[in-house]
Design a protein around this ligand. Structure first.
Ligand code: MYA
Length: 427
């Protein structure tokens, strides 16, 4: 979801969170009403958690449904840098934009390589559509397998992402065709559930979060039209407001290394137990998702830091962020907003301290996180209203964005995890 800053208070967000205005009626979702997802009315109420439909694999088609005349299905080979580059180009020109078409996500090829080749990845879940004559890639959808815990049950699922149709082929019902094709490929391979997020309302979110933005280079964000100049403030005052110390303050803070994988897995697993829905990470996944691999041509995508207790040598905290730039559309790609997205974090204080101490610890860690993001030349740090984020968003001068991110489950029923931003509902 692409998002811009808006002057909203956390209170506004809390009250507006679960009411989605302008929601279409179920009968107008011609595609989604045919799919195993809860209707808006049902919202997963009154039923026990579990699959909506039991899939009989023998009845799943062995071949894809026919593609529109002039186009054909392909399985992308992302080991081939030329094909990775094609996916990059499709997305950089046609992927998600904000509502006013000022910015568009510019996921780097290194990012796609990271996100699409997570442990357990298979090329069959990198589905493309090419124009038969020109061979041009015009649409894409992808998935990577995840073990997802929803409340107390673990669901073997796929995380669907990067659904994209070329701008010239929009509104031709290609998106449902892509969704059906990746579903077929999952069913044939023993995966019957999926998780995905979107900025649009579909039947039916299990949770909804809002983006918050913490300016690091306010002047640049203002110049490209990302941040407003609040009424009554001045440029100078805004710059001062977001000034950060030169150096981090937490004792024992250092970049995460391979040797920390076990400790971070243990800490994060315990920390995520506090949320109703979260991924379950293997050691291999912790290493993949949190540690940058120095290889030729691979730009850094993820930054992770741990706090090692100087006396015991124990890892007591960690935090991470990843890089996702956005193109400033009116600049014809000359300028980017270089955004860091707050990713996973955890702290022992959640288990040992009072809420007050947890809040203080998180604020200290996030302040250091901002300092490190600034050092890595980011313009802004983005975070969602999930985990314990509401405990530090305001104190660390994050401002509310104007969009929401909705979380969906496919072929799985559970009562909504909605309920307010300090519910720590999703992770
Ligand atoms: S979210 C990011 C989505 N991508 C973008 O926003 C990029 C820019 N936009 C585009 O490329 C196109 O506009 C897209 C739609 C491709 C989004 N998720 O082909 P159409 C429904 C699901 O005529 P187009 C992400 O990647 C819409 O309500 N459905 O429309 C997660 C309508 O259905 P209905 C969506 O504009 C994706 C139908 O599509 C979305 O040309 C998770 C219209 O189709 C959306 N974001 O193309 C996918 N947007 O008639 C689901 C619109 O019912 C995965 N629609 O209203 C499900 C699990 C599958 C695996 C299961 C395994 C077990």
């Amino acid at each position: 979801l692409m998002d811009m800053m808006k002057n909203l208070s956390l209170g506004d967000i809390l009250t507006g969170l679960s009411t989605s205005k302008n929601q279409k009626d179920m009968s107008s979702y011609k595609f989604w009403q045919t799919q195993p997802v809860p209707s808006f009315e049902e919202k997963g109420k009154l039923a026990e958690d579990g699959p909506i439909k039991i899939i009989d694999v023998d009845r799943v088609p062995k071949e894809p449904s026919p593609m529109v005349e002039g186009f054909e299905w392909v399985t992308m080979n992302l080991q081939d840098t030329a094909e990775l580059q094609e996916v990059y180009e499709l997305l950089s020109n046609h992927y998600v934009e904000d509502g006013e078409a000022m910015f568009r996500f510019n996921y780097s090829a290194s990012f796609l390589n990271w996100a699409l080749k997570a442990p357990g990845w298979r090329d069959i879940w990198h589905v493309g559509v090419r124009a038969t004559a020109s061979r041009k890639l015009v649409a894409f959808i992808s998935g990577v397998p995840v073990r997802l815990r929803v409340r107390e049950k673990t669901v073997n699922s796929i995380e669907i992402n990067f659904l994209c149709v070329h701008k010239k082929l929009r509104s031709k019902r290609l998106a449902p065709t892509l969704i059906k094709e990746i579903t077929r490929r999952c069913y044939l391979n023993g995966i019957y559930q999926a998780i995905y997020t979107a900025g649009v309302i579909l039947p039916t979110p299990v949770a909804t979060c809002r983006y918050y933005h913490r300016s690091i280079d306010w002047e640049k964000l203002y110049d490209v039209g990302f941040s407003p100049l609040p009424h009554g403030s001045t440029r100078q005052r805004q710059i001062m407001k977001y000034k950060l110390p030169e150096r981090t303050a937490t004792q024992g803070l250092r970049p995460m290394q391979v040797k920390d994988v076990d400790a971070v897995q243990d800490l994060l697993t315990r920390y995520l137990q506090r949320s109703q829905m979260a991924q379950e990470f293997s050691k291999e996944e912790i290493e993949h998702w949190l540690l940058h691999k120095e290889t030729e041509g691979n730009e850094q995508v993820v930054w992770s830091y741990v706090v090692e207790d100087p006396s015991s040598g124990k890892i007591t905290d960690f935090f991470s962020f990843y890089c996702l730039e956005s193109t400033v559309i009116r600049d014809r790609g000359n300028r980017n907003v270089r955004a860091a997205y707050l990713y996973y974090y955890a702290t022992e204080t959640a288990f040992t301290g009072e809420k007050k101490e947890l809040k203080a610890r998180l604020n200290a860690l996030m302040k250091d996180c901002l300092i490190l993001a600034k050092k890595a030349k980011f313009d802004v740090l983005n975070a969602l209203t999930l985990l314990d984020n509401p405990m530090f968003l305001e104190e660390q001068k994050f401002g509310a964005g104007d969009g929401q991110l909705h979380y969906y489950l496919y072929n799985y029923r559970t009562t909504p995890l909605l309920g307010g931003v300090d519910d720590k509902n999703v992770a």
